[in-house]
Design a protein around this ligand. Structure first.
Ligand code: ADP
Ligand code: MG
Length: 247
């Protein structure tokens, strides 16, 4: 018992929290297998590494700020035109994030744009990428307040250090010129460094109207569309269909 307490003390001092939690099991397992000293050492260190990876994924999942849980397995591809199941499943390997590509989802409300954005974002977090999800209205609020508000500054810093940024719901509310400017600067900074997922209910031909500056909107779209996969979704709104069924 004394030896175990001593071991736990050392492990805590060294910050090996995973082994602290798994020690009983690891020791019992080694005893029953009659492991060699080296095999035991390898077992406890690999346990610690797995524990840290898992903890980092959990932290990144919380830090991504996904509004709800959505998965690709629950997406019904039979009801929507513009994206195929195998095409979507191929994207789960996240290679497009390694090559700094963007995914743009266009289409009417309720078609599953946000669902897909979250599903790809969660998969990326599970694979170890750092991801941030923001509705564009909140993103702009953050950009506007970053200089005076610590929480906004912190969030913007996390966004800029992510490997994937998901910007949801572009097009529902008009963006003022100053706001569009801040947004444009941010996209310019992310360009070719960070992958972006954008969802919008408005086709990009009408973005200039929404942002009130056609030159800047062209420059913005230029950056988003260079190295991008564009999905123009169509079909019946899932929300309407569901509520109709429930009635
Ligand atoms: P959008 O962002 O295009 O307005 P959402 O992604 O928010 O639409 O979808 C609205 C609701 O319908 C969500 O609860 C979503 O999970 C669900 N949904 C939409 N399309 C599908 C689909 N093809 N299969 C399963 N659920 C869907
Ligand atoms: Mg949406």
């Amino acid at each position: 018992m004394k030896a175990q307490e001593q071991a736990l003390g050392y492990l805590r001092t060294l910050g090996l929290q995973g082994i602290v939690q798994g020690l009983d099991e690891l020791v019992n397992d080694a005893e029953s297998r009659r492991s060699s000293y080296l095999a035991f050492l390898n077992a406890i260190f690999s346990f610690e590494i797995d524990f840290r990876v898992k903890r980092r994924v959990e932290r990144n999942m919380t830090g991504a700020h996904f509004p709800v849980v959505k998965r690709l397995e629950d997406f019904d591809f039979g009801r929507v035109k513009g994206i195929g199941r195998s095409e979507a499943v191929n994207l789960l390997d996240c290679r497009w994030i390694d090559t700094k590509q963007n995914l743009l989802f266009f289409g009417p409300p309720g078609i599953g744009k946000t669902h897909l954005g979250i599903a790809f974002g969660r998969t990326a977090v599970e694979k170890g990428y750092k991801v941030c999800f923001e509705r564009v209205t909140n993103l702009i609020k953050l950009l506007k307040t970053a200089e005076v508000q610590k929480t906004s500054e912190y969030r913007i810093r996390r966004i800029m250090k992510s490997e994937l940024v998901i910007i949801d719901e572009i097009g529902y509310t008009p963006i003022e010129k100053r706001e569009a400017n801040l947004f444009f600067n941010m996209i310019s900074e992310l360009y070719e460094k960070v992958s972006v997922i954008v969802t919008s209910n408005k086709s990009f031909e009408t973005w200039a109207e929404m942002m009130g500056d056609s030159v800047m909107t062209t420059a913005l779209l230029d950056r988003l569309l260079h190295h991008a996969r564009v999905f123009t979704l169509d079909g019946e709104s899932y929300r309407i269909k569901k509520s109709r069924k429930e009635v």
